[in-house]
Design a protein around this ligand. Structure first.
Ligand SMILES: Cc1ncc(COP(=O)(O)OP(=O)(O)O)c(N)n1
Ligand SMILES: Cc1ncsc1CCOP(=O)(O)O
Ligand SMILES: [Mg+2]
Length: 367
């Protein structure tokens, strides 16, 4: 605030009462303080996200987008706005929410910072409109770029984790569903599909929600069998669709580009269809006959060899695979396998997971 006082130089010693700031000037000052705080907040949040894109994901494109956004924000941070800063007089300094004190994992850290950036940009959009004719529009556009960045980053992370996953556990009904899955996660599992063909939707929703939380707490992917609606409802990482399930094109429209879609295949034609339709991965099998999928003819290891030579996308051999025959499947060219009974019915799922992974890690994954 300007203080009432005298100005000897300009008034030749005549004492003048100087008017305090007008109400308009006071409001302008407050707006500048709001802009200053939120310009800082948006840049800081983006910097935190940028570090993960650069050092965690090694992704030049995402890193560059963060940098461009930061630079654009900096251009709006004029000397006039900075001059309004009054840290000592800011009643909000030092206030923090208990949730800010702890982050469970990288995902929650990133989510919190995306939220922070988006919130700050919304504030800049609204208060900016009062200051500069283009500021509101500029921050609205930037906010949408941040939404796109968020979805690309999480989508990229999902695909990377899919590529790293060698073992895929598909669940069956079990009284010990959660403890069995957790035991497998402890053994190094990074990909889970919740498959229950008969339970009510209320049960499926409840179980899926719990499994998704469990998987994410171990940094693993969670996929829903058959049902796109349930996948969306529980914020799953994707869905697995068979030849009789929803077409991939429709599922893609509903799920967007960043969630994973898997497709079952039993022959070269189905494989080609899945690739053309944009599946992220395919199931290859049943390699052997299995009571888990009664009446479905086995493809034999020949189809595994075919997939090894012809699939440009990640694929999982499935059907009757266990610790005794996994090396036969690996010898036919499999680098990734999916199992139901081998883990769901194991006495020690952690040990079996570790054993299956140890065999799969003997071969190089491609792609
Ligand atoms: C990884 C994987 N591969 C194949 C299947 C089988 O899917 P589908 O043919 O739709 O049969 P159901 O599992 O729905 O009975 C799968 N689930 N996962
Ligand atoms: C769901 C599915 N799709 C092809 S085979 C199969 C079941 C595999 O189960 P298991 O590993 O117990 O043989
Ligand atoms: Mg199905």
């Amino acid at each position: 605030m300007k203080e009432a006082g005298c100005d000897d130089e300009s008034t030749n010693g005549v004492v003048l009462m100087v008017e305090p700031y007008s109400q308009t000037e006071q409001i302008q000052h407050v707006i500048y303080r709001i802009l200053d705080a939120n310009l800082d907040r948006a840049r800081e949040g983006l910097r935190i996200i940028e570090e993960w894109c650069r050092f965690g994901l090694n992704n030049a494109q995402l890193t560059l987008e963060c940098k461009h956004l930061r630079q654009e924000i900096a251009n709006w941070h004029t000397a006039q706005i900075r001059a309004a800063r009054d840290t000592m007089g800011d009643a909000g300094t030092g206030l923090s929410h208990p949730q800010e004190e702890q982050r469970a994992n990288i995902k929650s850290l990133l989510q919190a910072n995306f939220g922070r950036v988006q919130e700050a940009m919304r504030v800049l959009e609204e208060y900016g409109k009062l200051t500069h004719p283009n500021m509101g529009k500029a921050f609205k556009q930037m906010r949408y770029r941040v939404y796109t960045l968020e979805s690309s980053l999480f989508g990229y992370q999902r695909h990377q984790l899919l590529l790293r996953s060698r073992l895929y556990l598909v669940t069956s009904q079990s009284e010990n569903l959660l403890s069995t899955v957790e035991a497998a996660l402890k053994g190094g599992l990074t990909l889970l599909q919740y498959r229950d063909k008969t339970a009510d939707d209320t049960v499926r929703l409840e179980q899926a929600m719990k499994l998704r939380q469990l998987c994410h707490s171990y940094g693993a992917l969670f996929i829903m069998n058959d049902r796109v609606d349930l996948a969306l409802a529980v914020d799953a990482d994707g869905v697995h669709l068979g030849q009789q399930d929803m077409p991939i094109a429709i599922a893609r429209q509903l799920l967007g580009p960043q969630r994973l879609i898997g497709r079952s295949t039993t022959n070269s034609k189905e494989m080609q269809g899945a690739i053309t339709d944009g599946a992220d991965y395919i199931g290859v099998g049943p390699v052997y006959e299995t009571p888990t999928k009664v009446g479905k003819a086995a493809t034999g290891v020949e189809y595994v060899s075919y997939a090894a030579k012809n699939s440009p996308i990640p694929w999982f051999a499935i059907g009757g695979i266990d610790p005794n025959n996994i090396n036969e499947v690996i010898d036919a060219g499999a680098e990734r396998v999916a199992v139901v009974r081998s883990l769901m019915e194991a006495e020690q799922p952690t040990l079996v997971t570790q054993y299956l992974l140890s065999q799969l890690y003997r071969v190089k994954a491609n792609p």
